[in-house]
Design a protein around this ligand. Structure first.
Ligand SMILES: [Zn+2]
Length: 463
């Protein structure tokens, strides 16, 4: 029996802020008490005076080692989860992929083989449905029972991940019946492919055209469509990586009507813009992801959505490709640039900066980065909060530390940072995963294989 005591910090959850001591026993939160009021004995005492004590981050959208466009995302589960821990994230939910013509089981087995025994922090899986048919629909029931309780469908990427409206409806009906949550990548991929072809024919090959052809109206249209399909199916829907203000408006309208419609955005849409995509000398390729970065004006709508709860979650969509050797594949043809950006290490810090900048409150920071993703994906209150019985996934966060984000110092296995040179206030000091130190005073003391696979329950978000 090991006991750890965290003293003197400001404990922040989605619900409360309080100066409290936190007692951890056997990997779980055992008790909280008013600071200094209890004389608990412990094997290890962590002094958190002047610091925040927060739940470990839950990143509900990562793609470690994801195959895309003839290459693979450059972080493995080992390097990616280590980097996540450095950034204060203690749980990821990654996407296992069904290949067209193959079973869900085969895709899931492949992802287990990549991740099991490799992770520094706990991890679960969503399943990408690339081939909706009678047998994959039947398999969804089995997956839900064993803890894969969410399924992503795409209105984009024809010929790869794309599902037509009938397939999406059928998956949503199945989700309505078995409790599985349908996640949607909402962009009109068929229309986008036409615009891509036309742009390339005009000789528009630079990275910035990636943003121009993937129009915000086509994100809004697909968002509207998946909302209506979900309404017909009587199912909730979670729209991933919302970037366009017109798409936020669709979500807000549906929520005003009382529909169980949820939206996620990502730090890149909150902090970066088409200005980055337009950087010269092919540098814009660093910022190619889908949905694409939008003109700066869209950011205000995203921040507002996060404040009004029209957007509930900030995940990273971490899917890194090196600038040299991977993003290169699209020199002379933006449509061949691997889609994705690094960010799993930066999310908690960037959102803390948003607190400093006055966009969101401290408790909202924890809500959108820890508590709601845990609820959304059936992991609460084991993950996402600091309360008796919860896993002791705890971050000691120094809100006054100053740092400059850089590829020189980050821990993700990628040769650039999307936020190179950005100065932020706040930094992770210590990270515990189920009570065990992973980061201790800015040193990595964790290990590959500590991270446990999480069989998830059903979504706990109803409205
Ligand atoms: Zn993604």
């Amino acid at each position: 029996m090991t006991r750890t005591l965290i003293t003197g910090g400001l404990v922040i959850t989605a619900a409360d802020e309080m100066h409290a001591d936190v007692l951890i026993q056997d990997g779980r939160i055992a008790a909280l008490a008013v600071a200094g009021s209890q004389q608990w004995s412990a094997d290890r005492v962590i002094d958190a005076s002047g610091k925040y004590v927060i739940p470990g981050g839950v990143d509900g959208h990562t793609h470690m080692e994801m195959p895309f466009g003839g290459t693979y995302a450059s972080d493995t589960f080992e390097t990616g989860t280590r980097a996540a821990a450095w950034g204060g994230t203690t749980t990821i939910v990654d996407f296992a992929v069904q290949t067209v013509g193959r079973s869900l089981r085969e895709g899931l087995d492949t992802w287990h083989a990549k991740a099991d025994g490799q992770c520094a922090i706990d991890y679960g899986f969503h399943m990408i449905l690339s081939d909706v048919n009678d047998s994959s629909l039947k398999e969804m029931d089995l997956l839900v029972e064993e803890g894969i309780s969410s399924f992503k469908l795409f209105t984009a990427y024809p010929g790869v991940f794309f599902s037509d409206d009938g397939q999406i409806l059928r998956a949503m009906q199945k989700g309505a019946a078995n409790g599985g949550l349908i996640m949607a990548h909402a962009e009109n991929g068929l229309a986008i492919d036409v615009l891509v072809e036309q742009a390339l024919a005009r000789g528009e090959t630079d990275p910035r055209y990636h943003g121009e052809v993937r129009k915000s109206l086509l994100e809004a249209e697909a968002t509207h469509r998946v909302i209506k399909l979900a309404q017909v199916a009587g199912a909730p829907v979670y729209v991933v990586h919302v970037s366009a203000q017109e798409a936020v408006a669709e979500l807000a309208r549906a929520r005003d009507e009382g529909l169980p419609v949820f939206g996620e955005t990502c730090p890149q849409y909150l902090f970066l813009s088409t200005d980055n995509l337009a950087e010269p000398d092919f540098e814009g390729a660093k910022y190619v992801c889908s949905t694409p970065l939008r003109p700066r004006e869209h950011q205000a709508a995203l921040w507002r959505g996060l404040r009004t709860n029209d957007l509930q979650v900030v995940s990273t969509d971490h899917c890194p490709f090196c600038f040299v050797g991977q993003k290169d594949l699209g020199r002379g043809d933006f449509s061949k640039i691997p889609n994705g950006m690094p960010g799993v290490e930066n999310r908690m810090d960037l959102l803390h900066q948003a607190v400093v900048d006055g966009h969101i409150s401290r408790r909202r920071w924890i809500e959108i980065a820890c508590a709601t993703p845990a609820r959304m994906f059936g992991l609460y209150p084991k993950k996402g909060t600091i309360a008796p019985g919860a896993d002791a996934d705890v971050v000691i966060y120094d809100p006054h530390a100053e740092q400059t984000i850089s590829a020189e110092t980050h821990h993700m296995n990628v040769d650039y940072s999307a936020y190179e040179g950005k100065r932020v206030t706040g930094q992770v000091d210590t990270v515990l995963s189920r009570g065990e130190p992973v980061i201790e005073g800015r040193r990595f003391v964790g290990r590959a294989g500590h991270g446990a696979y999480l069989a998830r329950g059903l979504t706990q978000c109803e409205s």
